[in-house]
Design a protein around this ligand. Sequence first.
Ligand code: TYD
Ligand code: MG
Length: 476
Amino acid sequence: MAKTATTFACTSCGQASFRWMGRCPGCGEWNTLVEGAARTRADERVAGRAGRALGRRSKAAEPRKPVVLAEVESGAVERLRTGSDELDRVLGGGLVPGSVVLIGGSPGIGKSTLMSAALASIQSAGGRALYVSGEESAAQVKLRAERLGAHALAVPVLAETSLDVVLASLELERPQACVIDSVQTLWSAELTGAPGSVGQVQEVAAALERFARERGCAIILVGHVTKEGTLAGPRVLEHAVDCVLQFEGERERSFRTLRALKNRFGSTNEIGVFEMRAGGLDEVADPSDRFLRDAEPVAGSCILCAMEGTRPLLVEVQALVAPTDVVPPRRVANGIDRNRLSMILAVLARHGGPSLGSADVFVNVAGGVRIEEPGADLAVAMAIASATRDEPLSGSGAPSGCFGEVGLTGELRYVAHADRRLEEAARFGLEQIVLPARCGNDELSAAARSLAVPAPTLAKALDAALGDRAGRSRAA
Ligand code: TYD
Ligand code: MG
């Protein structure tokens, strides 16, 4: 008797069903049922045989003795270098063999370019790479590689969308690193859903992950970002893979940032900065320099001394405050979290800053970067206060900056790495940096200390940067 080949499962409660329904009978959520491959009896038998062949037992398993962590053997894994320091740093020091990385980003951002360049480096360093393209023909992939340089033409390419064919080819080629561009274009014959549907994407990723683990091949899945900005296949993939990288930036501008949202083999704080050029993506080794190039000490502009992972980064935060009759007034945040902006506006209104109940507020981090650390609060508050007063933050011409977290009671809270932030500011000739008073207790070098203007509260910080300039107190 033929068994049903597909089943549907609720992404929110896991309830299984043999037909699609608009509403999950288990939890009552709407539109959560997705197609997945059902295991038929025959499948189970095959899986059982394979399991036994690998020495596993499904029934009456024998207990095993747990090992104390100190005695666990952890063979030092040799990571694959991708030839790009920025990419390697975000990955935590290179690609780990046997791992699965998902890289997401909107179309045209440069995912294929970055991956082609990485495979080219691996191949020319003597490794075995494979580029599986489901989106473009081999000729189109070649055109891109030609722009990257002659070494990129050595990478083998496979233009294919069938998962089974891809798996068979992988088994034959046994690459050390393989890029699947993109995971949404591959389809498994076991499912009836269209390529890119949640069930298909899940199935494709699971099969590739099995291959990666068994053969020690590093697989990079390229994924598209939906209109809402999330990786397609509602987060299903993020759980399955080891590392999720997000490639972002504005397409009209040349800067791109690469950031890890999840990383089982490294920190998620690191960002890599790239610039799209005619010959591919160039690494930006000194991002502060690029981001500050157009910064002018004018009203509404504040330089933020941010930390992104292990790197200090100077960026310009801009604010525009415009009176409005619209209720509620507009709050637009580019590059920072919108809720954070609302919080800062509330603290400003309550603790010594302007009250902006009848003004539109726009905040933008110049250069298209996104800043996620709480140390950005003070710069946002300062830029807004400066825009409201129509007064630049520095009277003497040399730009000034700040960093610090703003608390709900109007206090400035400690943030880490004051020394590194101040040294980066000194390198760019900034004149004064307002920072939380507690950071002044950190060990600071003489150069760093000469810039520091410690302030205990937001009100004091605004005074120091905008108010009574003559009376500002500098740490000796
Ligand atoms: P692509 O890597 O195809 O983006 P994605 O795979 O994320 O969709 O590249 C996108 C853009 O980059 C494309 O509009 C052309 C541009 N580009 C350059 O400016 N220089 C180059 O060397 C290459 C290869 C692409
Ligand atoms: Mg592409």
